[in-house]
Design a binder for this molecule. Sequence first.
Ligand code: FE2
Ligand code: FE2
Length: 280
Amino acid sequence: MIEAHDDLHARAWRALMSGEPDVKSAQASQLYDDWQAGRIGVPAASRCPLQAVEDAGRPLRPELIAHTALPRRRPGAPEGHAALLHAIAHIEFNAINLALDGVYRFRGLPAEFYGGWLQVAAEEAYHFGLVSARLGAQGFGYGDFPAHRGLWDMAVKTAHDPLARMALVPRVLEARGLDATPPIVASLRRVGDAETIAVLDIILNDEIGHVALGDCWFRHFCAERGLEPEATYLALMAEFDAPWPPRPLNVEARRKAGFSAGEIARLERGRPRRENQSEP
Ligand SMILES: [Fe+2]
Ligand SMILES: [Fe+2]
């Protein structure tokens, strides 16, 4: 039941703080449906207070641990196969929160910003459901393996600025997902998991759109501030100690998502030497 005072930012907040994955997914999907149908728009002045979110809504499990403590995920053994699916489900769950947080947090932006990220939140909820179903087919559920909290850390670090958020979440973290997909698909092919490969095809196609949306808004905010986008991106990666993408990059997907040939070549050369120490 939607309450009269629930505006766009308040509803994004409610979904963001929902701890139950099915409820969060349903709220994200409903929010985008309502946006598309014109039942909700951008409020002139939101009554939803702006607050820091150290931890978005999530279930008690999975246990969150340092990414360095996570066991390696190889799909050759049944448990490793399920652990890989669980890691992908965890990324999708966090991605719902990341998209919702952008809608909740960044105020006074053009309607297209909110519509775009509501669509992303709904697609991430769909991805989470698809991957959870594959995990269920292996006899496991979300929460059955430990997971890491690195994705949300970047949301906290970029909560003050939509330009930094666009650079470091879609253009770094989601773009790394584009790179990671072909090797994961190859490993799943070796164990004959065609159903999950079909799911990852859907996800990759949608994720190109998410990175492209982030690219578009990143360039928009740079233009507003008179900043050169490609130098600004590299400067932000250094400032925020963002993870450098491991090679090989998914060049075709990154080009479709808005990365220039020059940027891709720069990323392929690796992190500047003096910053190598912090690379995990
Ligand atoms: Fe996704
Ligand atoms: Fe995404």
